[in-house]
Design a protein around this ligand. Structure first.
Ligand code: ADP
Ligand code: ZN
Length: 879
């Protein structure tokens, strides 16, 4: 880039970089890019020793503060002609970055489909010296023989002693010199320049990089980075249409037009063969064009038949860009029947619609018992929004819920629907994202990150099952909560937001009570169906009866038998996958612990291995105890795999299937099993919480919960809330059809208020008890929470840094007595994926108090320390 002097005033850009850094960086915009310069574009910039792709978040023509223009680096490449991040999303991601202490660049990266990612390529070019050396000597094909190196000057000596700081390799270094030489030879043969990742497969990526670096030191190659291709390219397909130069048929009737086209084109062939006839027949049914392979299949002809017709000027073969359509399988569904809302639904719908029409921010909590028909309310409001020309976004917590919703939505809105969730291929996701951005898709359904979807003229956001913990991104940065982000998006966009749930989060219910949200309720099931009858099975009694612990009570066995005798179906929940939660040697007491995490390894019988559910570490099941060689290995703590096996023994005549993350790892299994269950091909469905949510199977009249006690025992202030919500959800699967449902919950704690409220299905009772505890213990919604996790592979360092950071926080907060700093203490998961973890919990009256304390404390950390301190604002999971 050569700048023509004074052709433009200088321009500077703030770049957000997706890396663990807190600030944005200023770069100079070279003149050549000034015409392209817009906020929201991606650029490549030199960053540290590498190039990085970053996002332009601001442009300005003056520099602030101490920055001197000369100290700034140039933007290396401008990647987008038009911004990929819309203004609205820039602002929203900025809010997320700021609120959740996350790097803006990371949030932006999370907001965009990965298919947009452009790779940075490392390009290796042989220098003049490198070329000379390579052509003057060929490496021996036989490895281990050093003829080339012994005849020729060694690689490092080649350009006249300039690199004398690198001594000539001694014999013991020869193999290395040989590898370098071979690599150089390959490079020159490849034209003297090649991307590093095109190196022969005998070099691993790291090895190739290391060799190239050394050759660079020797002056034999140069290494540059350049912008590669976008990761996902548009999908192309070979297609066939009538040769357009022949087309002259005008008719408004598609059928007439098609047959006229056929007559006209087939006339070009004197005596059409039977194959050609068949092609004409298929072509007559085609509106614009047909995929080449579809044509050959349908007409049952070989490709040559088509090519012959092409040569004769009858058909035209061309390449078209096609959309990757994740909902293509829904194309053939019949149009949904129109429904009429009942009085309660209608009232809720009208209230929400008023807000939609006002085109101002309005927020609602739609609390409706399971089966009350919240979905119909959502659909009706969405329809009104679409009719007004605006767009609507609906979030669901789990991918498992999207097939059902996307089917409903497709029936109603056809090609206006786009879906966004993680099991789409990157290509599908990219295509859906582009349709949304271009305004072709105006009804979007997706999981968490769809909150960043670039909908045009957003009129409505719906958060279904708003209490669900999966709206919070916990595993990786940025730790945002999609529901709370949605509230901010709606308020900035001036649109309506509806939070829906049968069991709202305590915080949301409190907000509704405080008047922050308009509270709408649907207190009865649709069609006057009754809520299921819930029974708690006291497992202490069952123990007394049998004098030993039982996995499945007689009550549950009888209930399943009765249900299936009536040709009805049962769902049985056990929130723990695998066969057994751990292995125990009865001779020496050895348990199977994960070497990286502070948990036991779960026994998976089907693949005969022990595996960690956190880091995926696994080992084969030992025959004998690895410690004492004993033969008495026991497996303790039942999981879904064992439950399925037990049921198969108990009910050999029933069809039993299981759904959990182990079986749904394969694509399509989830949909297949649910489909089979829906059509009555399965009697009893066993599963983890995956089966608890959202599904609507009218023939399910029994829901069993095998154990809830582990969930209650989790050391987290939300464990009661989560247990209650899960039970209410899963109970809500029973009796959704004409026959009433019943629920059996096995527990050792029948007196716990979460279970009592679940039995009575009384949200208010639960809320009132729970809110009392929250107030007494100064937990949300009475305080604002931040959880700091200090992680390090070294225990002493982790502990010391946690101690220091807690001190800093205490110092920073000492003026504000309502701010409490608890810890540090080892996190409940004290070791995870090889890192030790300490936790500091911050409770404050106001958000600003937390901000102030963090800002002061972070300022005292070095960059290195900062990298080991992870903040989670409003944590949903304190593990
Ligand atoms: P929720 O999401 O509140 O648990 P759903 O929306 O799944 O409840 O509704 C429960 C059942 O009642 C579904 O089978 C649904 O089709 C039916 N339903 C709800 N509202 C209507 C309506 N207005 N007309 C006909 N069927 C309805
Ligand atoms: Zn592990």
């Amino acid at each position: 880039m050569t700048d023509s002097p004074l052709s433009h005033p200088p321009l500077f850009a703030e770049i957000a970089i997706p890396a663990y850094v807190t600030q944005t960086y200023t770069y100079r915009v070279p003149d050549a890019f000034i015409p392209l310069a817009q906020r929201g574009c991606r650029v490549a910039v030199p960053f540290g020793r590498k190039m990085q792709i970053g996002y332009v978040v601001a442009l300005h023509d003056t520099l602030e503060g101490e920055l001197a223009p000369a100290s700034l680096k140039d933007i290396e490449a401008w990647l987008d002609e038009t911004p990929v991040v819309a203004e609205e999303i820039l602002e929203l991601t900025h809010w997320v970055a700021d609120y959740y202490y996350a790097p803006w660049g990371e949030v932006l990266k999370a907001a965009l489909p990965t298919g947009l990612d452009t790779s940075l390529q490392t390009l290796v070019t042989a220098t003049e010296a490198g070329r000379k050396l390579a052509v003057s000597s060929q490496p021996s094909a036989v490895s281990g023989q050093p003829p080339a190196a012994s005849r020729q000057p060694s690689l490092v000596e080649v350009d006249g002693g300039e690199h004398t700081q690198h001594p000539a390799p001694s014999t013991q270094h020869l193999p290395k010199a040989l590898t370098k030489h071979k690599f150089l030879f390959w490079l020159v043969e490849a034209g003297g320049e090649s991307p590093l990742d095109a190196a022969p497969s005998e070099y691993s990526a790291n090895r190739a990089k290391a060799i190239a670096r050394e050759l660079e030191k020797d002056g034999l190659v140069t290494i540059q980075q350049r912008v590669g291709r976008q990761r996902i390219q548009p999908k192309r397909q070979t297609a066939v249409r009538w040769n357009s130069s022949q087309q002259s048929v005008v008719s408004s009737q598609q059928e007439e037009k098609n047959s006229a086209l056929r007559t006209q084109h087939s006339a070009l062939i004197q005596n059409p063969s039977p194959q050609q006839q068949r092609v004409f027949e298929v072509m007559e049914t085609v509106t614009e064009a047909i995929a080449f392979t579809e044509l050959t299949t349908k007409a049952d002809v070989s490709p040559s038949v088509i090519h012959t017709l092409e040569k004769k000027g009858v058909l035209e073969v061309f390449v078209r860009e096609i959309r990757r359509d994740p909902l293509a399988y829904l194309k053939l569904l019949p149009q949904a029947e129109a429904i009429t809302l009942n009085a309660g639904q209608q009232a809720a719908y009208e209230t929400i619609l008023e807000a939609v029409s006002a085109k101002k921010f309005g927020s609602f909590l739609l609390q409706g018992v399971t089966g009350s028909g919240k979905t119909e309310v959502y659909l009706s409001v969405m329809q009104s929004v679409v009719e007004r020309g605006q767009s609507a976004l609906m979030l669901v917590p789990e991918i498992g819920l999207t097939p059902m919703f996307s089917r409903r939505l497709s029936q109603k809105f056809g090609s206006l629907v786009a879906v966004l969730h993680s099991s789409l291929s990157p290509g599908e996701r990219l295509d859906e994202w582009e349709r949304i951005r271009d305004g072709q898709a105006r009804v979007v359904i997706g999981t968490r990150s769809a909150i960043f979807a670039p909908l045009v003229d957003l009129g409505l956001i719906i958060i279904d099952e708003e209490h669900d913990g999966s709206y919070k991104q916990t595993e990786s940065m940025p730790h945002y909560h999609a529901r709370d982000t949605a509230i901010v998006r709606a308020s900035r966009a001036g649109c309506t937001i509806v939070l829906g749930s049968a069991t709202p989060a305590i915080e949301s219910a409190q907000n509704a009570r405080a008047g922050k949200y308009v509270h709408l309720t649907l207190s009865e099931r649709f069609g006057g169906r009754s809520l299921p009858d819930v029974t708690l099975v006291d497992m202490r009694e069952v123990f007394k009866r049998h004098k030993r612990t039982q996995f499945v009570s007689d009550e549950l066995v009888t209930a399943i038998q009765n249900t299936c005798d009536q040709r009805e179906q049962a769902m049985i929940l056990l929130n723990r996958r695998g066969f057994a939660s751990f292995m125990l040697c009865r001779s020496c007491g050895l348990t199977s612990d994960c070497p990286n995490c502070d948990v036991t390894l779960t026994y998976h019988k089907a693949d005969r291995r022990l595996s960690c559910h956190y880091c995926n570490h696994h080992t084969p099941v030992p025959e004998l105890c690895p410690n004492c060689n004993g033969r008495y290995i026991n497996y303790i703590g039942e999981g879904t795999e064992q439950l399925e096996e037990r049921f198969k023994e108990l009910f050999p005549q029933l069809r039993i299937a299981r759904l959990d993350r182990d079986v749904t790892r394969r694509r399509g299994v989830f949909e297949r099993v649910l489909g089979e269950f829906a059509s009555g091909g399965i009697d009893v469905l066993v599963g983890t919480q995956m089966i608890a949510k959202g599904h609507d199977f009218p023939n399910v009249t029994l829901v069993g919960v095998v154990s809830v006690d582990a969930g209650l025992a989790v050391p987290d202030f939300r464990s009661a809330e989560r247990t209650f919500q899960l039970l209410a959800q899963v109970a809500g699967r029973a009796g959704r059809g004409d026959r009433p449902g019943r629920v059996l919950i096995q527990t050792y704690h029948p007196e716990h208020y979460a279970l009592g409220s679940a039995r009575e299905q009384d949200y208010n009772r639960f809320f009132n008890e729970e809110i009392g505890y929250r107030r007494a213990l100064y937990y949300p919604p009475f305080s604002v929470l931040a959880n700091v996790v200090v992680r390090h592979t070294d225990l002493t360092q982790a502990s010391a840094l946690a101690e220091r950071f807690a001190q800093l926080l205490r110092g920073a907060a000492k003026e504000e007595p309502s701010t409490r700093i608890l810890g540090p203490a080892p996190a409940p998961m004290a070791k995870l994926r090889g890192e030790y973890r300490f936790q500091i919990l911050v409770k404050a009256r106001k958000r600003q108090n937390i901000r102030d304390a963090f800002d002061l404390s972070f300022a005292r950390l070095t960059d290195g320390e900062r990298r080991n301190v992870f903040v989670e604002i409003d944590p949903v999971d304190l593990m």
